[in-house]
Design a protein around this ligand. Structure first.
Ligand SMILES: Nc1ncnc2c1ncn2[C@@H]1O[C@H](COP(=O)(O)OP(=O)(O)OP(=O)(O)O)[C@@H](O)[C@H]1O
Ligand SMILES: O=P(O)(O)OC[C@H]1O[C@](O)(CO)[C@@H](O)[C@@H]1O
Ligand SMILES: [Mg+2]
Length: 443
């Protein structure tokens, strides 16, 4: 629809003062290092022999192999925006996540290398588009240079906010033609709706997402940024629970970790720690009471090894709690507190059977996400932030960046948010977790 111009993202640079290469390297070099629009990354890499193989996802009983590809991310030789005509905006929505500042920083730095002069941050999520007392924040390399050294978001975050049509109205008023949206499932649903609305209004706007969630619940990706850091932070809580339980007579440690719909944090934190005896996640139903229940197994553990540690994801066992019907500003269901419930039921159970138990409960809540990204997330954020900008200049909109089979790719947003990505109870990783904890089925 729009005619492309040669890319201005210089893969090799000289200091501008060097007269010889004042305009960068000569463009007729054979090596250029750009990504071809035809480069593809394989979505699924395992050819499953049958649906019975662990973690198999098959389209038919014969598990016929179908190649599925996604576009490779990175800088293109031809770009679809003139940098001097770009006004880029960045917005961070939903809950906090380690690495938000790292991504903001890389988006700004990369935009500047393309030659974009007008870069702003929208304060406090989508809300920043509508609240008249919130003004956009000018961003530059100088402003963002050190922001990755602390957690949180330089721009602030929020849930809820204005309608999509109001957001696009404000974007038109402000002349924003590139929007970088950092958020989870909800934020991406919003980003895709903004993209559609811009298309309906025939606006030349690129809307590009960067999936942000410690829960790791975005489909098709190896992992989302912040997840590794959250798992690492969770180790402190688990280790404390272990030490408390291990040092007490008949000690029981219980740790609740975030994970609204998916148990990835609980599963990985349990596996990483090697200190968990029982891991409970939303995807795997369990009973507390009865001969196969969690409490019977806790009694067995107390009798056989003297102490036990339980790790439970916040979304687990919601069927055991009373529903409240309450919702947050974004429409997410407010969950019942499964951690407190297990703590109370454990105390009651051991009291009733006349066995001493010293129950200690730890809920690190926001401590696992209100922290600075670790080194591995720092790198992931850097690559995703840079690729988001390359994607916008390549002329994509309604896409999000991600890592797939260790390669960086662009996904169409609807494909990755169709539903929250769950832990597959038939996957090798869940089986590995069960091998590590040694827990039985609780149903
Ligand atoms: N279906 C939707 N359409 C348009 N906007 C949405 C939709 N769902 C959520 N949003 C908006 O996206 C923003 C963030 O949503 P939400 O609070 O669910 O966080 P999230 O992006 O899912 O991140 P987290 O992983 O922290 O929950 C909110 O401002 C909300 O109004
Ligand atoms: O209290 P807040 O900010 O709504 O965030 C809590 C939610 O954020 C998440 O970590 C997702 O980012 C969920 O696991 C959790 O339910
Ligand atoms: Mg969400």
């Amino acid at each position: 629809m729009y005619s492309p111009t040669p890319g201005r993202f210089l893969l090799r640079m000289r200091t501008p003062v060097s007269e010889e290469f004042a305009g960068g390297y000569p463009s007729d070099e054979e090596w250029h290092g750009y990504i071809s629009n035809s480069d593809r990354v394989l979505l699924k890499t395992i050819n499953f022999a049958s649906p019975n193989s662990a973690g198999a996802v098959c389209i038919d009983p014969a598990c016929t192999w179908v190649e599925q590809w996604v576009h490779r991310a990175g800088p293109r030789e031809k770009i679809y925006f003139k940098p001097e005509e770009v006004k880029a905006a960045i917005v961070t929505c939903g809950g906090l996540c380690p690495g938000l500042n790292d991504v903001i920083r890389q988006v700004v730095i990369t935009l500047e290398i393309y030659g974009v002069k007008s870069i702003v941050g929208i304060p406090f999520g989508y809300r920043g588009f509508s609240d008249s007392d919130l003004s956009e924040m000018p961003l530059s390399r100088k402003v963002v240079q050190n922001i990755h050294l602390s957690g949180g978001s330089l721009l602030g975050v929020s849930r809820g906010g204005p309608s999509v049509s109001d957001i696009v109205d404000r974007m038109q008023e402000k002349g924003i033609n590139m929007l970088f949206v950092l958020g989870g499932n909800g934020t991406h649903a919003g980003a895709n709706a903004i993209h559609e609305e811009c298309r309906n209004r025939k606006l030349k706007v690129a809307v590009v997402g960067v999936p942000k969630t410690i829960d790791n619940d975005i489909l098709l990706m190896d992992k989302t940024f912040g997840f590794d850091t959250a798992v690492e932070e969770a180790q402190r809580a688990i280790n404390s629970a272990y030490i408390e339980a291990h040092s007490a007579y008949h000690g029981v440690g219980i740790v609740k970790l975030m994970g609204r719909d998916s148990g990835f944090i609980a599963m990985h934190a349990s596996l990483a720690s090697g200190q968990i005896d029982i891991c409970l996640i939303p995807e795997v139903p369990f009973e507390l009471h009865g001969p196969h229940g969690v409490l019977t197994h806790l009694k067995y553990l107390i009798e056989t090894k003297g102490s036990a540690v339980v790790c439970v994801a916040e979304g687990a066992g919601q069927n055991l709690l009373q529903k409240t019907n309450a919702k947050d500003a974004s429409g997410n269901i407010v969950l019942g507190d499964i951690g407190v419930h297990i703590q109370q039921e454990t105390k009651k159970y051991f009291r009733e059977i006349g066995v001493h138990a010293d129950v200690k409960y730890i809920d690190p809540t926001y401590m696992i996400r209100a922290c600075r990204a670790n080194a591995s997330d720092g790198i992931l954020c850097a690559v995703l932030g840079q690729n988001a900008v390359h994607g916008a200049f390549a002329g994509y909109s309604g896409i999000t960046v991600g890592i797939c089979n260790n390669h960086y790719v662009y996904f169409p947003i609807p494909e990755v948010i169709a539903y929250p990505r769950p832990v597959d109870p038939n996957s090798r990783m869940w089986h590995r977790c069960l091998t590590s904890t040694g827990q039985p089925d609780f149903i």
